[in-house]
Design a protein around this ligand. Structure first.
Ligand SMILES: Cc1cc2nc3c(=O)[nH]c(=O)nc-3n(C[C@H](O)[C@H](O)[C@H](O)COP(=O)(O)O)c2cc1C
Length: 263
């Protein structure tokens, strides 16, 4: 492959990262990864050119692209850069997130050649989308990558054909963002002060000295701290989060959604 393959990933609980990497392996074993999950990795501008191909992967938050990324995405520029858009959702629905991701990047100099909505274990509970992406998801993702590689070869042989518009599922105006009162995870006595939660927090909401001190105004409820804690010391005990989680379990723990691919 003549193009240089790049991954741009935001993935607090790693399901998006696993999915995007599986797609990448189907395209080319060599790639550069820009992991923008941590705040320090979202400071600098990234400019891609016409020889780059970029897989852009984000989780779905309330049917949309995570709001946190809106400002940062203005620092990313393409120049007739081919792109693959990927959203990963927790087995409920991805609503308008994929269309939104495509629109954001197509306005910034990228041309979509493929897109996919995949399923990851729900950030809020391991009872919804349990263990996903699983072996079948990852195999499907890799095969999707192989199809993308074939498309890239075709485009190289017939330059100019990439402008055929990529259609994905979703509506505009997008689903309204749901607002929730500021909430933060609680820390139990189990905490061993290892600091993994603070080191991995995508918004720097957890105090670097006192890990039980969390800034609710910064917390985006991504659940990185909850899922990465080795002793299960972090949890969202807030009544509203508990209610949403219960509702998700009732409605979506017994169904299995499958990835949807657009190419
Ligand atoms: C704040 C928030 C909102 C979410 N909203 C949705 C949603 O609308 N639909 C859905 O199916 N999953 C939703 N999820 C679940 C995530 O999209 C899903 O677990 C995803 O796999 C997480 O990606 P990550 O592992 O890369 O962080 C939400 C998760 C969070 C933290």
């Amino acid at each position: 492959m003549d193009n240089k393959l790049n991954l741009l990933i935001f993935s607090p609980t790693d399901t998006t990262a696993k999915t995007v990497r599986a797609i990448a392996h189907g395209i080319n074993e060599n790639f550069s990864e820009y992991n923008i999950t941590l705040p320090d990795n979202r400071n600098s501008e990234i400019i891609f050119n016409e020889n780059d191909v970029v897989i852009i992967g984000v989780p779905v938050y309330a049917g949309r692209v995570p709001a946190l990324l809106s400002d940062y995405f203005t620092k990313i520029k393409g120049n007739h850069t081919l792109a693959i858009f990927v959203v990963v959702y927790g087995n409920r629905d991805y609503d308008d997130a994929l269309l939104e991701l495509k629109n954001i990047f197509e306005e910034r100099g990228f041309m979509g050649i493929a897109a996919g909505a995949f399923i990851g274990e729900h950030s809020y509970t391991n009872k919804v989308g349990t263990g996903r992406p699983d072996q079948a998801d990852l195999e499907l993702a890799r095969n999707f990558g192989i199809k993308i590689r074939e498309k890239l070869t075709q485009l190289k042989d017939h330059p100019g054909t990439e402008t055929a518009a990529l259609a994905v599922k979703g509506n505009y105006p997008y689903k309204e963002r749901t607002s929730m009162p500021p909430t933060k995870p609680e820390t139990s006595d189990q905490c061993i002060s290892c600091g993994i939660c603070a080191e991995n927090c995508p918004t720097g909401a957890i105090d670097m000295k006192d890990y039980s001190e969390v800034d609710a105004a910064k917390c985006i409820r991504c659940c990185s701290c909850v899922k990465k804690c080795p002793v299960d010391a972090k949890a969202y005990n807030h009544e509203l989060v508990q209610k949403i989680t219960q509702n998700l379990i009732e409605k979506f723990s017994m169904v299995r959604h499958e990835p949807e691919l657009f190419i």
